[in-house]
Design a protein around this ligand. Structure first.
Ligand code: PLP
Length: 452
């Protein structure tokens, strides 16, 4: 359909009526939106002026199957016509939510066989926090309230999820985070294994548990691979050490697979890389390839059964859109496509090309360092002098500048600049080919050259 409103008019109306998420308000108020997108096909997305971009970050790491998939639109449309909405409150149910729950159980690691549905990642994490606290309360240990997460983690924007988030910028809007959230230094495997001589020991998960008393800790939450915090891949043995630590102290292990779930990293779920099974796994984004809002909290049957045994009261937690039929239908179709098209394997194989490309950039350019990728989730950092570890000053906005150079060359990437880092993230749709990756790496290389 034709746009009825001109691009200039859209720009004006946006400024007047729309408050953008995660955007500098003065910038949006001064200039209006940077780009107004209109349509997408495959890995490409086109703006209202007809400029076509490669979407090198799958929007917000979520449009994993690319744009314009007829099968997903059909799944939504058919479900809307059959039964647009039904609630599963008050012990009601409907077919697609049941089929999706069963499907998720069949692909999830270990015995994560029970799902509770939400509309996204923040709601999933928020729900997980409530569920573990509910559990400990029923268990007669109400003091077990504290949740420990990692510095540089991102868990979303609701109150609990913001409190658990370790990227400081996302905490600026609230003056005091919830008191029962604590933060540990990422990836101190030796500390988690008990090395008290490490100067960071007190700030490791283990050190914090010892200091606070395990009888006060409800759960640990972590991303198997940190996304927004810089695409930080844990060292070998880390997730297992955290799993063992949780077992040692009887603490729940929650993994936030909101980005890493559904094939992004070259395995169906991030934890599969290390054969670790959490007690609770939160998912969203890729579950519907971003075509419609959906998230889930997956838990072990054991946990659900214990909740069941301990109380016959109502489970007083549910969103109007928990298990929305249309979203469930799109999720079922998304998972079917991931399986039929072998997209988990594709992410792994094409991901090797991505890592090769990023390694090549490190060799080629003076300002690049620390290339990394796992499946189709990668990043490279920019330093004024990588050899001496001299960073760019924050006012140079190096990663942002390189990403802007990429945009001029019709490639969308994302700067990750938290904690003083200057990283450029690349996380293209899982349908990307080796040639697509080569093209993205070439453009990124030209863009770094333009900035150098
Ligand atoms: N957890 C992780 C790891 C995320 O990356 C995100 C979003 O980027 C969230 C949670 C929050 O998800 P949502 O924005 O769907 O609430």
């Amino acid at each position: 359909t034709e746009n009825k409103v001109s691009p200039e008019q859209l720009q004006k109306l946006d400024k007047k009526h729309f408050l953008h998420p995660t955007t500098p308000l003065p910038l949006q108020q001064a200039d209006g939106p940077a780009v107004i997108f209109e349509k997408g096909k495959g890995i490409h997305i086109t703006d209202v002026h007809g400029v076509e971009y490669i979407d090198g970050v799958s929007s917000l790491w979520n449009v994993n199957l690319g744009y314009g998939r007829q099968e997903l639109a059909d799944a939504a449309s058919e479900q809307m016509m059959k039964l647009a909405y039904a609630s599963s409150f008050f012990n009601n149910s409907h077919e697609v939510v049941i089929r999706l729950s069963e499907k998720l159980a069949s692909i999830a690691p270990g015995d994560l066989n029970v799902s509770f549905f939400t509309s996204g990642g923040s709601e999933s994490n928020e729900s997980a926090f409530k569920i573990v606290r509910h559990y400990w309360k029923l268990k007669g240990q109400p003091k077990r309230r504290k949740i420990i997460s990692l510095d540089l983690s991102y868990h979303g924007v609701t109150m609990g999820a913001t409190s658990a988030t370790g990227v400081p910028e996302f905490k600026k809007m609230i003056t005091a985070i919830a008191p029962d959230f604590l933060h540990a230094i990422p990836y101190k495997t030796n500390c988690e294994l008990g090395d008290k001589n490490d100067p960071d020991y007190d700030r490791s998960f283990r050190g914090i548990i010892e200091k606070e008393g395990s009888e006060n800790i409800a759960a640990i939450i972590l991303e198997p691979i940190q996304g927004v915090g810089g695409v930080n891949i844990p060292p070998e043995g880390y997730l297992k050490a955290v799993r063992d630590l949780c077992d040692e102290f009887g603490i729940f292990m929650i993994t936030d697979e909101v980005i890493t779930g559904f094939g992004r990293t070259g395995k169906m779920f991030g934890v599969n890389h290390w054969n670790v099974v959490p007690d609770i796994m939160c998912v969203a984004k890729g579950i519907t390839s971003g075509y419609i809002q959906l998230g889930a909290v997956m838990m072990t049957e054991k946990l659900r059964d214990e909740l069941n045994r301990m109380s016959d009261d109502v489970f007083y937690h549910g969103f109007t859109y928990s298990g929305h039929p249309t979203a469930c239908a799109v999720a079922l179709k998304t998972i079917e496509i991931i399986e039929n098209e072998g997209l988990v394997d594709n992410a792994r194989i094409v991901g090797e090309e991505l890592l090769k490309g990023l390694n090549h950039l490190e060799q080629k350019h003076k300002i690049t360092a620390k290339p990394r990728a796992i499946g189709l989730m990668g990043a490279i950092e920019l330093f004024r002098d990588p050899e001496q570890s001299i960073p760019f000053s924050p006012t140079e906005f190096a990663a942002l500048a390189v990403v802007e150079e990429c945009a001029k060359r019709n490639l969308i990437l994302r700067p990750l600049t938290f904690g003083g880092m200057n990283a450029v993230a690349i996380a293209p749709p899982l349908i990307s080919t080796k040639q697509d990756i080569e093209k993205m790496i070439d453009i990124l290389s030209d863009s770094i050259s333009a900035y150098e």
